[in-house]
Design a protein around this ligand. Sequence first.
Ligand SMILES: Cc1cc2nc3c(=O)[nH]c(=O)nc-3n(C[C@H](O)[C@H](O)[C@H](O)COP(=O)(O)O)c2cc1C
Length: 155
Amino acid sequence: MEKKMKVSFVYISLSGNTESFVRRLSDYLLEAHPGLEIETVHVKDLVKEGHPFFEMTNPFITFLPTYLEGGNGVDNGDVEILTTDVADFIAYGNNASKCLGVVGSGNRNFNNQYCLTAKQYSQRFGFPVLADFEMRGMLGDIKKVAAIVEELYQL
Ligand SMILES: Cc1cc2nc3c(=O)[nH]c(=O)nc-3n(C[C@H](O)[C@H](O)[C@H](O)COP(=O)(O)O)c2cc1C
């Protein structure tokens, strides 16, 4: 019997860009791999619904937009705001060891702060920054990340 493949995405989205990217990436992967199971965990929804954090059973990829408090990202402006629930979810139980890496997103207008939180998570938890994209991401970003997903999960 063919083994059913499952990929898992953990993310947060406050203004909908990351949500859009994860949805379009999922659609793209499903078209290329019919029958693929895609698990998505939106940490904002867990918190909003008062759902307790849990341990992921499947290896997962984290999608993380950047929200920092002011500054320039060099000698200040490296304080994460609004997305810290994702760090708490990753720190929960064995989740960090199941995270294959983080895809950061942001806006290049923020210069040195561009996708800084993804880099900070990589340092803190010891998994790689797999890719980055701006805002909702273009089709090229979807294709690039889909190829990374295919390689990591050997689809
Ligand atoms: C208050 C605020 C602070 C932000 N800070 C940064 C930043 O420091 N670096 C960066 O690359 N993008 C920054 N952004 C851009 C967001 O990361 C970007 O819009 C992202 O696509 C938002 O994702 P979401 O819609 O899924 O929440 C900031 C946006 C806002 C509204």
